[in-house]
Design a protein around this ligand. Structure first.
Ligand code: PGA
Length: 253
């Protein structure tokens, strides 16, 4: 079985209703290759409008975060039950901005992954090393330490229901992309790490690359053996560029 290719858009705290309108109109017209899914993740207030406007069967909706709690006195938090009411299929969990700016630990992130799975949706689990960690050659240790709590929480079998996005922190929003060779080597490590727990499951997990992906570099990055698409920030806010990236992305055959 081939893995599906996924092009995911992380709008972060950007965009407005006008962008929802323009992006959905453009994406509804796009011709996607077989085996390619697009996931658009706007901010919470725009999920409803986006859900109403997207009509393409392979263009799905995602949220950027979720509470690990089910319901109750958690001011400002959003639950899985709420997200499900807006036709959300995917939830980004553990983005480096959540880890670094909002101090989300790998243990909390693992609980969020479980909450998303329990609701029957697909988590996009983000992992990645900082520039200092890469320079110190700690990348593999860091990635393993981010993955292990999730394995402990949900069990390796459940990885067949999640997507992993490898996003080196130094490449996010900086214009400095990992070279295709470096990205492939790291994706290969991630797949091997999962395979050391269960080879069959490891083969099934879509591994996305994120960090300054754009129309100019996506083709070579996505062509790497262990790269199954991307998680895009800046380029996902540009209607023409993002539409072009979606339409040129090839699904694996
Ligand atoms: P970028 O962001 O494409 O702007 O580097 C990617 C991300 O943070 O998911």
């Amino acid at each position: 079985m081939n893995r599906r290719t996924i092009v995911a858009a992380n709008w972060k705290m950007n965009g407005d209703l006008a962008l929802v309108e323009k992006m959905s109109a453009s994406l509804n017209q796009v011709q996607l290759d077989d085996n390619v899914d697009v996931v658009v993740c706007p901010s919470f207030p725009y999920l409803s409008a986006m859900a109403n406007k997207l009509t393409h069967k392979n263009i799905l909706l995602g949220a950027q975060n979720v509470s690990e709690q089910i319901s109750g006195a958690f001011t400002g938090e959003i639950s899985m039950t709420m997200l499900k009411e807006f036709s959300v299929n995917y939830v980004i969990v553990g983005h480096s901005e959540r880890r670094n700016l909002y101090k989300e630990s790998s243990v909390l992130i693992a609980r969020k992954v479980k909450t998303v799975l329990n609701a029957g949706l697909t988590p996009i689990l983000c992992i990645g090393e900082s520039a200092e960690e890469r320079t110190a050659e700690h990348t593999e240790v860091v990635l393993a330490a981010q993955l292990q709590p999730v394995i402990d929480e949900i069990g390796i079998e459940k990885f067949s229901e999640i997507v992993i996005a490898y996003e080196p922190v130094w490449a996010i929003g900086t214009g400095k992309t990992a070279s295709p060779e470096m990205a492939q080597a790291t994706h290969h490590f991630i797949r091997q790490f999962l395979a050391s727990n269960n080879a069959e499951i490891a083969h099934k997990v879509p591994l996305l690359y994120g960090g300054s992906v754009n129309a100019g570099n996506c083709e070579t990055l996505f062509a790497q053996t262990d790269i199954d698409g991307g998680l895009l920030g800046g380029a996902s806010l540009k209607v023409e560029e993002f539409t072009q990236i979606c339409s040129t992305t090839k699904g694996s055959i």
